[in-house]
Design a protein around this ligand. Structure first.
Ligand code: UD1
Length: 412
């Protein structure tokens, strides 16, 4: 990419990666055909399709629609090679324990952003009456009967909340998950499970109460818009001093992000369809602290770092979820950024412009952060290993070109 262009225009955002993959896993809970619409055309969706096929489902992905037909009998062994390619594959654990009363689930892959243990997933299942241990690279869980329980999570983990929720909807009696995650994607999952016949109270709060039912029915559901992709475009507008209107994302899901951009000097307006971010001058430095929702999302930390690298002043960025996310800073420094880390804090002194360099994407969000930085750099920046970006951002390069960026994708 050639840096320097001011990004101007409109982007329509489709369904959220971190929602659709869990909704696909939830299709395992009901015999019959589940239809999921507004799916993003990203690599992780067909990968999750492969996982479900290996369990006995028929899966058809046609543009933005995924149709999953789940038979009466499904396999309890999720051990296909696709399992290791994405984090969300672990979300079949809860549904398999609920449906089959046993599960063998290969430990998941996904972004290399730090250690991602499964202790809370396993403890939750144990409290519902299952045994769980790790054997030969897989989580093994078994239960004669699943029964309701009071579960306190040490931390509002998204994945653990989802797995425990999906196991408890078919358990006997009432389960209470305390300190549950409150992400909009969890609410989306609760909405689909409720349509399927699950009895869930408290979606979007930190206490989820689930009254188990004996079976669920397959439904049609539309995925919520991707707030992380939408907010990425907001950062792109701020970093390039541009003007981008984003549709397809509920602006309430990005309240804090938009507030941060206002503090950085952007003019931000919202309406029912989305939001618009206009930045007329050099952004001001702002501090960011990543936290579970409704805090600032860790998935946007690289975009916040890229913006801080060209902001006027000094920003402090605190990462509270994934310790290895700051690896991204090494690449940013190749581009001349004045940034350093100390434990889980990073200090960035903004420069007027970055300097182009070849840089390497280590995960989805770091890849996108580097592209944003390249758009604010003098000269031609090459970002390598962009296959990571394909896992989470549909039509990324096409969207950027539509906004006026000088960027092309080349094969090495
Ligand atoms: C999900 C998202 C990811 C996002 C993250 C936090 C998907 C596919 N990925 O990941 O994009 O960055 O939420 O918003 O939805 N932890 C434990 N033990 C556990 C589970 C988690 O210690 O059993 C820790 C993790 O190491 C991490 C923190 O809890 O420090 C949060 O992780 P979690 O919310 O579970 O993230 P994921 O569901 O993996």
């Amino acid at each position: 990419m050639h840096g320097g262009a001011r990004l101007v225009g409109e982007v329509d955002v489709v369904g959220a990666k971190n929602s659709v993959l869990k909704l696909m896993a939830a299709a395992l809970l009901a015999e019959g055909t589940t239809t999921i619409t507004n799916c993003p055309e990203i690599l992780d969706v067909p990968l999750m399709g492969d996982v479900l096929r290996s369990l006995g489902c028929e899966v058809v992905i046609d543009g933005g629609t995924a149709t999953i037909t789940t038979p009466a009998e499904i396999s309890h062994e999720a051990i296909s090679p696709s399992m290791g390619k994405l984090r969300a594959s672990v979300c079949v654990l809860g549904p398999l324990v609920a449906r089959c009363r046993r599960a063998v689930v290969t430990l998941p892959g996904g972004d290399a952003i730090g250690s991602r243990p499964l202790d809370m997933h396993q403890n939750g299942l144990r409290q519902l009456g299952a045994t769980s241990h790790i054997e030969h690279g897989a989580v093994v869980a078994e239960a004669e009967n699943l029964h309701g329980a009071q579960i306190w999570l040490d931390f509002p983990s998204v994945g653990a909340t989802e797995n425990i929720l999906m196991a408890s909807v078919l358990a006997e009696g009432t389960t209470v998950i305390d300190n549950a995650a409150r992400e909009p994607e969890i609410v989306d999952l609760c909405v689909m499970l409720q349509q399927m016949g699950a009895k869930i109270e408290g979606a979007g709060t930190s206490t989820l109460t689930v009254h188990g039912v004996s079976s669920l029915k397959a439904v049609e559901h539309r995925v919520i818009g991707d707030r992380i992709v939408g907010a990425t475009w907001a950062f792109a507008a701020a970093a390039t001093r541009g003007d981008i209107r984003v549709t397809g994302v509920d602006p309430r899901h990005v309240n804090l992000v938009l507030e941060k951009l206002r503090s950085a000097g952007a003019e931000v307006t919202t309406d029912e369809q989305g939001f618009r971010v206009v930045m007329g001058e050099r952004p001001a430095a702002v501090d960011y602290v990543t936290l579970p929702y409704p805090g600032f999302p860790t998935d946007l930390q690289p975009m916040a770092l890229a913006l801080s690298a060209v902001a006027d002043g000094t920003s402090m960025i605190t990462e509270n979820l994934f310790e290895s996310r700051f690896r991204f800073i090494e690449e940013l420094v190749r581009m001349g950024a004045d940034a350093r880390t100390d434990g889980h804090h990073a200090v960035v002194r903004g420069l007027d412009r970055l300097s182009s360099a070849p840089v390497w994407a280590s995960d989805i969000r770091a890849g996108v952060g580097l592209v944003l930085a390249g758009l604010c750099a003098d000269g031609v920046t090459e970002v390598w290993d962009v296959f990571h970006i394909d896992r989470g951002y549909p039509n990324f390069v096409e969207n950027l070109r539509g906004l006026g960026a000088e960027i092309e994708r080349v094969s090495a």
